[in-house]
Design a protein around this ligand. Structure first.
Ligand SMILES: Cc1cc2nc3c(=O)[nH]c(=O)nc-3n(C[C@H](O)[C@H](O)[C@H](O)COP(=O)(O)O)c2cc1C
Length: 382
């Protein structure tokens, strides 16, 4: 029986998580965690969380993408202490692992996104709140107790409602906006359609209007997204959001280097290389395959993040070696919340950070600044 994650917390303080020697090994079996979560949250929530576009194949391709790279370790470096600490858009974090914006945390944990916020604050990790959250954004900010948080934005056809939400986000103290740019319409998700996924009657989507929430309850997410989200958004909307909020805006969902450059030229503070966890365009490339060319085209301009299929601490190091400043994790955080609530997510984030230390030590790097492209090599096809 694998130890899944219920082990003593590493330290009472998040700060200690960010630096120190390699400590005793942690064993988290993400497959077992997913199974536990599935049993705990039920089939409908599982279908919503797990599903990808069409046959779901891109979800697996995203994971496999990181496996196309080997790590090329340096030896004879003094690695008696390792630091995973970094700054993301000016905020201090204990490691480069950010919790991705994912909708509907009330289906995973009773405190919904408040639990996520508390867990991230305890682990010193950046949290990104989805605009399809069940908990109100000011309550999530309060639950985080002043820890830095980001907010993801979908621009709605109802621009007035979007403006109101963005102003609330800025007033509540969020540090950045992630504008999702890969969802002008919903992807075609068979698992969601066939599972009859819709919003449970007792749940709310406080960032949408009441009419939109009712529509999601009646017609399901895919239909509602097509009716509510503005498919006419363009590069000009990056400036619109930053003027409204006075916050840095990251464009989330970029998979081409020309688009990445255009986003920065349009005023974005950075981009998130992402295909929405394989939920939108079935044939989009796996982020691990396009990250290097996007990093090259940005030549160090802006903040570069990546998500999709990050499942192992080694994936984090590969992403950083390929040019990212940080990574986002989506489904693993949902499985941790679903199986263990706030404590489960703390354990997952601690595991990622502490075991990243081990991978760094084995690669002969002591800080994130020492991670460079010489540490990765494309695997020779067998
Ligand atoms: C259940 C679920 C809901 C999501 N909801 C959102 C969302 O509301 N906004 C958004 O920008 N991305 C959303 N995403 C995409 C994630 O932010 C992220 O890009 C993706 O999950 C990363 O891939 P991973 O799950 O393989 O880690 C969602 C993903 C999942 C799995």
């Amino acid at each position: 029986m694998p130890i899944i994650y219920f082990m003593a917390p590493y330290s009472a303080s998040a700060t200690a998580l960010g630096a120190g020697p390699v400590v005793e090994p942690r064993d988290i079996d993400l497959g077992a965690l997913e199974e536990l979560a599935k049993t705990a949250i039920g089939q409908m929530a599982y279908d919503y969380y797990a599903g990808g576009a069409e046959d779901g194949g891109l979800v697996q391709e995203n994971i496999a993408g990181w496996g196309q790279w080997n790590l090329s370790p340096k030896v004879l470096v003094d690695v008696s202490t390792i630091s995973t600490r970094t700054k993301l858009l000016g905020s201090d974090v204990m490691g480069p692992i950010v919790v991705a914006p994912t909708a509907l945390h009330a289906m995973a944990t009773p405190g919904a996104e408040r639990d996520t916020a508390r867990a991230c604050a305890r682990a010193g990790a950046m949290m990104t709140l989805s605009s399809l959250s069940n908990a109100p954004l000011d309550e999530v900010a309060e639950a985080g107790g002043g820890a830095p948080q980001w907010m993801q934005v979908y621009i709605l056809k109802d621009r007035g409602r979007t403006k109101e939400m963005v102003e609330q986000v800025a007033a509540a103290g969020y540090k950045a906006l992630l504008l999702t740019v890969d969802a002008p319409v919903s992807g075609l998700r068979y698992q969601e359609l066939r599972g009859g996924v819709s919003l449970r009657d007792d749940l709310e989507l406080p960032n949408l209007t009441d009419a939109s929430t009712t529509r999601v309850k009646g017609e399901g997410f895919m239909a509602a997204v097509c009716q509510e989200f503005d498919p006419s958004i363009t590069y000009d909307d990056i400036a619109w959001l930053s003027e409204l909020s006075h916050l840095p805006v990251l464009a989330k969902g970029v998979t081409r280097s020309d688009d990445a450059v255009k986003c920065l030229d349009a005023g974005a503070a950075g981009v998130v290389v992402s295909n929405h966890g394989g939920r939108q365009l079935r044939d989009a490339p796996a982020p691990a395959t396009v990250l290097p060319e996007i990093a090259e085209s940005l030549t160090g301009r802006g903040t570069l993040l990546v998500d999709g299929g990050i499942r192992r601490p080694a994936d984090v190091l590969k992403a950083l070696a390929l040019g990212a400043d940080g990574v986002l994790i989506g489904r693993p955080a949902l499985w941790a919340l679903g199986s263990g609530g706030e404590d489960g997510l703390v354990a997952l984030l601690e595991w990622f950070t502490l075991e990243l230390r081990r991978v760094m030590a084995l690669c002969g790097v002591r800080s994130l600044q020492e991670i460079d492209t010489t540490l990765v090599r494309r695997k020779v096809p067998s």
